[in-house]
Design a protein around this ligand. Structure first.
Ligand code: GLN
Length: 454
């Protein structure tokens, strides 16, 4: 039974065979050959006899190569821990399992913008979701494990939903970003994936709280103010595939026993994708400017070149999507078009935040996590960049506004898990766990693998 299991507590209190971690490591290697959830496995896992956690490969772990999935950061070994990692170690009962696969620098929705993409835990022909692809696959395949992941515009929600696990993205500023390799600073959040809501809550409590190294971190109290209404947004549901719409309708029927369900119109939410990608690319191109093969990033060996040739060669190590975002982001920020795109995007973002804040005072916003059934790898590869970006329709609004949100599995479609996303007001994060814990009482998810359950 998956529901209501607090696997962290259960594991810590259980007797384990003396060779538990050696056997787990062997299972991890076998798993990695087929599904590629890990960029790096910690061979020293389990020295302290504690519960295994992984980190997305853009979160710094002292002494372990941390590349954010990019060749530009090959051989980068951080001399420090990200605050979230430091707090996991400080809690005393967690052990570092390894770093999880991801789209390069977090750029992607399906986990394909990386050298060796992770495969869906339920069927390796299907995408794992992204950008925290490996985190979701590891969570779905390993019985005792939690993942520290990161979301800019949906990177926790989407892969968690596609692999049938809980994905929690906290309020912006609730968890320190110190030690996170930035994608877009005004949007990035470190969050958690786990098999139960209780485990995400437990880890959130370990990693959250103010941090002198991150001035955007907030001291605001985290509340648990439950809502009795669930809003669906007409403009977003219009873009949903009929198969997903009907499954989601069945979920609403069930939830309708405990909550009032209301469809509302929020025009602004249908305009979220464009400002998100404008702001995200502008910030990303600024952040990536420092990786020039000279001081930061992979050291380009050929120094005997002209200035432009050197940087062109060195920066050719970026993947295709990263290059696209550098070029577009730099253009968006340029003096001649700044007002037209960037400034306008900021004002639309403000409008979306105001509209959502109003709605979220009176209820949760609920939706599917992805507007289509999980695509096969071959199908996702055929999508154009703009078709790819359009897949983030449900996950971008809460990310733009820094609103906490959680995805939870609620069934399967053609054998693949489907997930729903619940959003609440800023700093009301605890109410999301409460909602999902109640849901889990009547629901159980069957996983194909339960590795690490020896
Ligand atoms: N798909 C979105 C993007 O590519 C979100 C990614 C993320 O949250 N890191 O920007």
């Amino acid at each position: 039974m998956w529901c209501n299991v607090e696997s962290i507590k259960e594991f810590i209190n259980a007797e384990k065979p003396s060779d538990y971690y050696e056997r787990l490591l062997a299972e991890l290697s076998a798993l990695n050959r087929e599904y590629h959830p890990f960029n790096l496995i910690n061979e020293g896992l389990g020295k302290h006899g504690a519960f295994p956690f992984s980190t997305k490969a853009n979160i710094c772990v002292k002494g372990f190569e941390t590349t954010a999935g990019s060749k530009m950061l090959k051989d980068y070994i951080p001399p420090f821990n990200a605050t979230a990692v430091e707090r996991m170690f400080g809690a005393g009962h967690f052990t570092f399992m390894g770093e999880t696969n991801m789209d390069e620098f977090g750029f992607g929705t399906f986990g394909l913008n990386t050298e060796t993409p992770a495969r869906n835990a339920f069927d390796s022909d299907f995408v794992a979701g992204g950008s925290s692809s490996g985190a979701a696959v590891a969570t779905a395949t390993l019985k005792y494990h939690v993942a520290i992941a990161e979301s800019t515009g949906g990177s926790i929600a989407t892969p968690a939903a596609l692999n049938g696990v809980v994905g929690f993205t906290p309020t912006y500023g609730a968890v320190s970003r110190y030690g996170l390799i930035d994608y877009a600073n005004s949007l990035d959040k470190i969050g958690v994936m786990s098999r139960s809501s209780a485990d995400s809550r437990l880890v959130f409590d370990v990693i959250r709280g103010i941090d002198k190294y991150d001035t955007t971190c907030s001291a605001a109290e985290i509340t648990c103010s439950g809502r009795s209404t669930l809003f669906t947004v007409k403009e977003l549901m219009e873009h949903t595939d009929p198969a997903i719409k009907s499954e989601f309708g069945r979920l609403l029927d069930k939830l309708g026993r405990d909550y009032e369900i209301r469809e509302i119109s929020v025009e602004a939410l249908s305009k979220a994708i464009e400002p998100y990608y404008i702001i995200a690319m502008a910030e990303a191109s600024t952040n990536l400017a420092k990786y020039n093969g000279y001081k930061y990033g992979f050291q380009y060996p050929e120094t005997n070149l002209k200035y432009n040739d050197f940087f062109t060669e060195a920066r050719s190590e970026f993947g295709m999507e990263a290059k696209r975002r550098i070029i577009l982001g730099t253009f968006i920020r340029s003096e001649s078009v700044k007002e037209k795109y960037y400034t306008k995007a900021l004002s639309v973002r403000g409008m979306i935040i105001r509209e959502m804040s109003k709605v979220l005072r009176d209820g949760y916003i609920i939706s599917p996590a992805l507007p289509i059934p999980t695509p096969k790898v071959s199908e996702a590869e055929r999508l154009s960049p703009t078709q790819n970006y359009a897949m983030d329709i449900f996950t971008i609004p809460p990310n733009l506004g820094g609103f906490p949100h959680i995805t939870f599995p609620y069934g399967k479609k053609s054998g693949m898990p489907i997930g729903a996303q619940l959003i609440t007001s800023q700093f009301n994060d605890y109410s999301l766990f409460e909602f999902v814990e109640k849901w889990e009482e009547g629901f159980s998810m069957q996983y194909r693998h339960n590795l690490g359950s020896i």
